[in-house]
Design a binder for this molecule. Structure first.
Ligand SMILES: Cc1cc2nc3c(=O)[nH]c(=O)nc-3n(C[C@H](O)[C@H](O)[C@H](O)COP(=O)(O)OP(=O)(O)OC[C@H]3O[C@@H](n4cnc5c(N)ncnc54)[C@H](O)[C@@H]3O)c2cc1C
Length: 380
């Protein structure tokens, strides 16, 4: 009898896991013994790290998307029908069209969603770059920037924890190049007592900010924004004015997860940190931003996890125990200007150590931006 694996979400994690499983079990797929379905709400696949370059006017959006069907290997089928409920008791996913799709194994990779309404006044007052429409608005603001106070505020949790740092470094250098740097006062804020959740990254950023005369404030938790007076009020009782407000909105899990009652209060799915199986569910695996794991919500995390999930599902389909274990590995490039970058690797046990920034790492990051499409196919 044909077995079916459904991948819920056609972003980075869903596509990588589906393509890897297709390669691991190519014989079963070819014989028709295994059916692989990617259930998606969009027929375009967008490479989100490109948003940073779009917002800073360093690239156009066109280079960062491909038709979803083209990123799937032969044998992996796309179903364009947003999921509205996961029904684990029935091993089914219910779609917007009313159709119910049965599965033997379900891989959830529904990502995370920026919540632009979590902070009163955010939508009106802040410019962000976590979705394409917001990045395009910020791009306009960057192009028209005529000097003044630039304030960067951060809501947590959010995906790609290093992207706000990258934005600040790159914007600072863009201002240097355009001769506007002297007209701008740059301030980076962070909710906890240092500049990043990972201590070595926070220490590194502090030193780099000092070299570039970028100010910073910690314990800065935004309570609300007054877009008319152009001020930010914090829970700590501070008031800060701005001319350009860059905002990183806090994120939650996808709506379908919250509506299905599968997540915690914020919609993150309880996930075993080793096997990546959903806690309490024998037939569901989770990867990427959707998990509740204490690691960065990043594409590289989803990348490493896709190998573990594909192997464990392959084991189970073959009647074997799920023996592949994720060790918390993540890798991030960090742009520290317009043509230099550093990088970090870390896992559950090993903290990161940012290297001395240089041009080579920057060019690796740009090269990876192109190679992403190969990594989706499981080739790198
Ligand atoms: C500005 C920015 C810069 C970044 N830079 C980096 C970087 O440099 N390095 C890095 O590693 N990561 C980076 N990231 C983070 C990275 O893009 C994400 O962490 C990664 O995409 C997570 O993969 P995922 O599969 O969990 O989620 P996603 O890739 O977001 O995919 C989730 C998919 O599920 C779909 N979905 C949701 N609900 C449903 C539903 N009900 N039915 C059907 N489909 C649904 C969504 O539409 C989406 O396609 C960046 C992100 C941003 C926004």
């Amino acid at each position: 009898m044909t077995q079916r694996v459904v991948f819920l979400g056609g972003g980075t994690g869903g596509v990588m896991a589906a393509n890897r499983l297709a390669r691991m079990m190519s014989e079963e797929v070819q014989k028709g013994d295994l059916e692989l379905l990617v259930l998606t709400d969009s027929d375009e696949h967008f490479y989100q790290p490109g948003l940073l370059y779009i917002a800073l006017d360093q690239a156009f959006p066109e280079g960062f998307s491909r038709p979803e069907k083209r990123v799937l290997l032969p044998g992996v089928h796309m179903v364009l029908d947003p999921a509205v409920r996961v029904l684990p008791e029935e091993r089914m996913v219910q779609c917007e069209s009313g159709k119910k799709i049965q599965y033997d194994y379900l891989v959830i990779a529904t990502g995370s969603v920026p919540d632009l309404d979590a902070i009163p006044g955010f939508r009106e007052g802040a410019r962000s770059f976590y979705t394409l429409p917001e990045a395009m608005e910020l791009r306009k603001a960057v192009q028209q920037f005529a000097g003044g106070k630039v304030l960067l505020i951060i809501g947590v949790p959010h995906k790609c924890p290093v992207a706000p740092l990258e934005f600040m470094f790159m914007f600072e250098e863009a201002l240097q190049r355009s001769g506007m740097r002297k007209e701008a006062e740059l301030t980076y804020t962070y909710p906890i007592g240092r500049l990043h959740s990972l201590e070595p990254v926070a220490d590194w950023a502090e030193q780099e900010f000092a070299k570039r005369d970028i100010h910073s404030e910690t314990f800065f938790n935004v309570e609300n924004i007054d877009p008319v007076r152009r001020v930010v009020n914090t829970l700590e009782g501070e008031e800060r004015g701005y001319d350009l407000l860059i905002g990183i909105p806090p994120h939650t899990g996808a709506r379908v997860i919250r509506d299905s009652g599968l997540g915690d209060r914020d919609g993150w799915i309880p996930t075993d940190r080793g096997t990546l199986r959903m806690k309490g569910q024998d037939h569901i695996y989770v990867l990427g931003d959707a998990t509740d794991l204490p690691i960065s919500k990043a594409g590289s995390t989803a990348h490493y996890q896709s190998e573990i999930v594909a192997r464990n599902v392959a084991h189970e389909l073959r009647g074997e125990p799920a023996t592949a274990l994720y060790d918390g590995k993540a890798f991030c490039f960090i742009e520290s200007g317009l043509d230099e970058a550093t990088h970090i690797t870390f896992d559950y046990k090993t903290p990161p150590h940012p290297s001395e920034p240089g041009a080579m790492v920057h060019w690796f990051k740009l090269a990876f931006n192109e190679m992403y499409w190969l990594s989706l196919r499981g080739l790198i």
